[in-house]
Design a protein around this ligand. Structure first.
Ligand code: BT5
Length: 327
């Protein structure tokens, strides 16, 4: 009901729609209309009421409220079930609970801020209010559990494409789960899974995208390592548009992967990575070594040529050494 009222006000943006008209078209009492209007105002919609003329919408909040994002989502199945909250501990933790309770394939969880946003290995993720996209998607893929880590690569390619389309900012993917601009992190991805030996129950892909944070808003420990699309492109980016594009790209690439396997994802990943062909320092399972990142294998493992031979890295952190002339 609220969504329908909002839709009618939106269609007549800035113009009065009479309370009588709203109650007749939606077959509810004028008191019910008034209650929904009050709830919309509480959410941050600026609605002016006039005793004779009715209601008019003057501005919408810059939030990822379902009423704001649903009209822009053009997918077939991804993001049709939306769990939105103003604040949550972690969208990934919430998505895992929803998945365990049987939520549909394609469910998404979005929050304006996270109080306990997570990276890998219990690291934190800085998630300031309404400045980024803090998003988790629940998938129930037919892949074998061994293939699940490649969902991170799938998401990285999809997010990178969406960023380029919506903001024009060209970023690079760093193995295994970051998107960088100017060697600073703009996106982090965290894939978590519940599986039996031979089948996946669900995969939750969490994506943190720094969209409109200003440089001075990052905490000191991230000041040199993190950036946002606003800083990179020099202008604010619509979170709503970017979210819709991320979901569109993700759905397209996922559907293709179900039909064709991960080869197209790996190929796209290779074309968009900043890791291959570079000297890297690897920190993996308590080991540290350096070498030339030469390729990824079919499982998404990173192949690094060291002075003692070829090493295969399946998990860990990699830092890409700056080249002479890099900023
Ligand atoms: C990641 O881990 O990069 C995965 C981050 C995933 C975050 C999303 S947000 C929605 C969903 N819900 C969650 O709870 N998580 C996901 P990792 O590679 O381990 O990197 C973590 C490190 O990145 C931290 O230790 C910081 O150094 C750095 N970091 C933290 N917040 C950042 C930010 N906003 N931008 C850039 N770097 C950040």
């Amino acid at each position: 009901m609220r969504a329908q009222i909002l839709q009618l006000l939106r269609e007549n943006f800035g113009q009065y729609v009479s309370g009588e008209d709203l109650s007749r078209r939606l077959a509810v009492s004028r008191t019910a209309v008034w209650k929904h209007i009050r709830a919309l105002k509480d959410e941050g919609y600026e609605v002016e009421g006039h005793s004779r003329l009715g209601y008019r919408l003057l501005s919408v909040p810059d939030l990822l409220l379902p009423g704001e994002i649903v009209p822009g989502i053009r997918t077939r199945w991804l993001g049709h079930a939306v769990y939105y909250c103003d604040e949550v501990d972690s969208t990934n933790s919430r998505a895992k609970k929803l998945a365990a309770d049987g939520c549909p394939h394609g469910q998404i969880v979005i929050a304006e801020t996270q109080t306990g946003g997570r990276g890998r290995l219990a690291r934190g993720w800085f998630s300031p209010y309404a400045r980024g996209i803090w998003l988790s998607v629940v998938l129930r893929p037919p892949f074998s559990p061994r293939e699940a880590p490649k969902c991170t690569m799938l998401a990285a390619v999809a997010v990178n494409r969406a960023i380029r389309k919506v903001s024009g900012v060209a970023c690079g993917i760093k193995w295994p789960n970051d998107i960088l601009y100017d060697n600073r992190k703009i996106v982090g991805i965290l894939t978590e899974m519940s599986a039996e030996i031979d089948a996946i129950n669900y995969v939750v892909i969490g994506m943190g995208i720094n969209v409109n944070s200003r440089a001075e808003e990052f905490p000191p420990e991230l000041a040199k390592a993190a950036t946002s699309l606003l800083i990179a492109g020099g202008r604010p980016v619509s979170r709503k548009e970017l979210l819709a594009a991320v979901l569109g790209e993700l759905e397209g690439l996922y559907d293709k992967t179900v039909l064709q396997g991960f080869a197209p994802v790996l190929e796209a990943w290779r074309a968009e990575t900043v890791t291959l062909g570079r000297t890297v320092d690897v920190f993996s399972s308590g080991q540290t070594f350096s070498g030339l990142a030469v390729d990824i294998d079919d499982e998404g493992g990173l192949l690094v040529e060291t002075s003692t031979g070829l090493e295969r890295v399946i998990a860990g952190d990699v830092s890409v050494r700056a080249r002479r002339g890099d900023k």
